[in-house]
Design a protein around this ligand. Structure first.
Ligand SMILES: O=C(CO)[C@@H](O)[C@H](O)[C@H](O)[C@H](O)COP(=O)(O)O
Ligand SMILES: [Zn+2]
Length: 195
């Protein structure tokens, strides 16, 4: 069992090492961080959504921004579309599960906002629909995905594709990237910037 545990940890580290060695991917993360900072400098907000573990990631990232990540500063507006059970159950029940995020975007997204859709496959229909709603409203879109990027990578303005086919390894890298984005956003807006 010990060997098995060590293999899992090594696999997770190898996925992160592969990101570290992928200059194009690092550039995309940098460009997404800059886009988020610009969104906030224009008084707009970020919205996030995902299913299952990615729903937890969406909530986690939004909470880092609204609350605090590394230091005390004004709240940074960010909304996870995964948290309101009345919205999720009413929209799911009346319009279908495929619409649970797109319908919320229709109501809450404003032109100039930025939407981050999190999916390991890149093919969850409710996030794909959310990208369509976002694009219709002039909302910048970011696909935080894995595997081959799925349909979302082709639809989004920015696609961060974690180079792995393993769902848990992709999710572990998604939250690493989410933390990096929160860190940069917070420091650029309120902490003197990042070198
Ligand atoms: O956390 C996990 C698996 O590690 C699951 O809850 C996983 O997120 C769910 O199966 C999702 O429905 C998968 O959707 P997606 O990542 O393909 O969009
Ligand atoms: Zn998981």
């Amino acid at each position: 069992m010990e060997r098995y545990i060590r293999a899992q940890i090594a696999d997770s580290a190898a996925t992160k090492q592969a990101i570290l060695e992928n200059q194009e991917l690092i550039n995309t993360i940098m460009n997404v961080a800059k886009a988020c900072v610009e969104v906030y400098r224009h008084g707009k907000k970020t919205l996030l959504a995902g299913n299952g573990g990615s729903a937890a990631d969406a909530q986690h990232i939004a909470a880092e921004l609204v609350g605090r990540y590394g230091f005390d500063r004004p709240s940074i507006p960010s909304l996870a579309l995964t948290t309101d059970t009345s919205n999720l159950t009413a929209i799911g029940n009346d319009y279908g599960y495929d619409k649970v995020f797109s319908r919320q975007l229709e109501g809450m997204a404003q032109e100039g906002d930025l939407f981050i859709g999190i999916s390991t496959s890149g093919n969850s229909q409710n996030i794909i629909n959310a990208f369509e709603s976002a694009a219709d409203r002039g909302v910048t879109t970011v696909a935080l995905v894995g595997r081959d990027g799925g349909k979302m990578a082709a639809m989004a303005d920015y696609a961060i594709i974690v180079p792995s086919n393993a769902t848990p390894r992709i999710q572990e890298s998604h939250i690493l990237i989410g933390h990096i984005l929160c860190d940069i956003i917070e420091k650029e807006l309120f902490g003197g910037g990042v070198a």
